[in-house]
Design a protein. Structure first.
Length: 432
């Protein structure tokens, strides 16, 4: 990922310089931040890796131009989408790749390790910012770069700080991705991190957006803060107990589903899937599984308990799923139904014979599939039916080895919050 990040930074910086050249603007210098650990010992190793990547890319410009062109071509394709979306001028690919190759040959990429107050003082310019000495500057450091030091024209972030507690304001300051930058710079700005950190930031963003929207709708309406207690019950809790990185924001049609997993082996999965098939077949509506049907909350929880051991989360790559929290959220959603007739009830939608690949390729990298349901089909059913009660969508994947799975069918569950639900911040963990 770091190689792709650096290539994107080089290409992004060259695109911006060609854009400014096209409009007659002064040519800017750009920066990229590598901030993964606070310990100084790690910075030397990171510096060595980045220097080696720079050397190998520079060598490729002379000895293997086809390989370099492919890397730069992938970066151009990745960046061009956001530029064209904003209807900004996009230089010709050939011009960008030529400019990027020349940037490497001319030594435009400067790598600077910053991990002491003295180094910072030596690198500051007259305006108190880290001096950008070449058109493309990579800074590597830890706590000294957390805050207080201004880095101009940041368009790339390789962030990996993993605190024991993700405190929202601290994490956002550490990552340094926020703050004003011209829209032209924003279109080539990229942020790279691991799934666990991304998930923490996503939760922070979701809760922040939900709170803002709720306040805009009705400034007097309360926001519900809830948690699961030791007995498994969902109870109110104080907002000052919330760890924002360990929350799920419940709002109308919010989806909760596992992402980043492998199916278990057939010897263990097959009997579970046969039992789930038997349960669902006994519940099948007269018109088949085209239509959703109601089930009890207890049965919905039982189905989730059956499915859980069949899906193995890729924790080594930073992926995880809190099954207990998902079930507790489903309990809350079901019991929050305004009509007593819908309490402790869950809509169930079954889909079978699906062949989604485990990973989806985007340009030069692959990401885990995250949409076993689709907005136009299952999503449309949920929006039509899940008004007062939540929905549990059970999607039976065939799980073929050709698609990256282990050659056995499995069920992929998706919990969908109902339309009539008050915005709630559900805490998986609290500070007390």
């Amino acid at each position: 990922m770091l190689r792709a990040a650096i290539c994107n930074f080089i290409v992004g910086g060259c695109i911006r310089r060609l854009q400014d050249q096209n409009t007659g603007q002064p040519l800017k210098k750009f920066s990229f931040l590598v901030h993964t650990e606070a310990q100084r010992a790690a910075h030397a190793w990171q510096e060595e890796i980045v220097i080696t990547l720079n050397q190998k890319l520079t060598e490729a410009s002379n000895t293997n131009p086809e390989l370099l062109q492919q890397l730069l071509d992938d970066s151009f394709n990745d960046l061009s989408g956001s530029i064209t979306t904003m209807n900004h001028y996009l230089p010709q690919k050939e011009d960008v790749i030529r400019e990027a190759s020349q940037a490497l040959q001319r030594g435009w990429l400067m790598i600077t390790k910053v991990n002491s107050e003295r180094q910072v003082e030596e690198l500051l310019d007259s305006e108190g910012q880290l001096r950008l000495r070449t058109p493309l500057n990579i800074f590597i450091g830890g706590q000294i770069l957390d805050r207080g030091v201004t880095i101009a024209n940041l368009i790339g972030f390789f962030y990996g700080r993993r605190p024991q507690v993700y405190q929202q304001d601290t994490v956002l300051q550490h990552s340094r991705m926020f703050g004003f930058r011209p829209i032209e710079d924003l279109t080539v700005t990229r942020f790279y991190t691991e799934p666990q950190i991304y998930d923490a930031m996503r939760r922070m963003h979701e809760s922040d957006i939900a709170l803002r929207e709720a306040i805009d709708r009705d400034r007097e309406a309360p926001i519900v803060f809830i948690q699961r207690d030791d007995r498994g019950q969902v109870i109110p809790c104080s907002p000052n107990k919330i760890l924002v990185s360990k929350t799920t924001t419940l709002r109308p049609f919010k989806r909760i589903l596992p992402i980043g997993f492998q199916s278990d082996y057939a010897v263990r999965v097959k009997p579970v899937i046969e039992e789930i098939d038997r349960i669902l077949d006994n519940l099948c509506p007269p018109r088949g599984f085209d239509d959703p049907f109601e089930i009890s909350l207890t049965l919905a929880l039982d189905l989730l308990n059956l499915i859980q051991p069949t899906l193995i989360m890729d924790t080594n790559e930073g992926y995880d799923f809190d099954w207990g929290a998902a079930q507790a959220a489903l309990v809350y959603l079901s019991k929050a139904a305004p009509n007593p007739m819908h309490k402790d009830r869950v809509w169930c939608l079954v889909r079978r014979d699906r062949n989604l690949s485990r990973k989806v390729t985007f340009g030069s990298h692959a990401d885990y599939s995250d949409a076993p349901d689709t907005t136009r089909t299952e999503g449309a059913v949920a929006r039509r039916v899940a008004i007062d009660s939540p929905m549990l969508i059970l999607i039976r994947q065939n799980g073929s080895e050709q698609r990256g799975w282990r050659g056995t069918p499995f069920y992929w569950p998706v919990i969908v919050a109902q339309q009539n639900i008050r915005t709630s911040i559900f805490a998986h963990e609290t500070m007390i």
